[in-house]
Design a protein around this ligand. Sequence first.
Ligand code: GTP
Ligand code: MN
Ligand code: MN
Ligand code: MN
Ligand code: MN
Ligand code: MN
Length: 194
Amino acid sequence: MAGQEISKGESLLLKGHRHACHIMIHADTDAKLFGKTPIKHIVLMQMRFDGLLGFPGGLVNPGEETLEAGLSRELWEEIGVALKVGPEDHCSSCLALSPPNLVTHFYTKKLSEEEVREIERAAVSSAADHGLEVMGMFRVPLYCLKRGGGFPSFLLHAFVGSARSQLISGLRALGLLSPAQLQAALAKAEELRQ
Ligand code: GTP
Ligand code: MN
Ligand code: MN
Ligand code: MN
Ligand code: MN
Ligand code: MN
């Protein structure tokens, strides 16, 4: 479920709404699974304390901090790296379907493979929320193997809020998967669900 899209500026004028910012950190890679299936892209997500999958980030208070500064603070808590996020990294904003009166802002940021490795190390060794609000960071399998292994199977997991839609729209916006690849993966996921 996605909720209604809204511009960032318009959303900040709403009265009585809370704001949450989450980010899709990604990198290109030459790695090959089993020495043959190209991984192509690394995309980071997390297993949350509630058992749902989501992106790193959290609630921000636009009265006290910019959205981007609030997101950086959440990243420091959840992944242990002070990643600089700017307005240019903003991807979309939505009025959440649930909980009510929540605006979810979605950002994307491309790093190098080595920078992603640094985040993965810090997420375990120094992030304050590790083992508490965040049970672990992981990489999303974006390839499609026989019988729907990889991305189609991944899409069957339970996601928080609109994180699943954010993942799909982020992959599309950045061209990490083509519209045809996305459509095929979504169709395969529905087939697996039966
Ligand atoms: P606290 O520090 O406990 O307040 O958590 P937080 O600030 O890290 O907030 P959290 O990341 O849980 O995000 C706040 C709300 O946004 C959640 O209650 C969910 O409804 C929603 N949410 C969480 N993760 C995601 C995500 O990846 N995408 C979207 N769209 N919504 C999310
Ligand atoms: Mn093995
Ligand atoms: Mn948090
Ligand atoms: Mn969070
Ligand atoms: Mn928080
Ligand atoms: Mn917290």
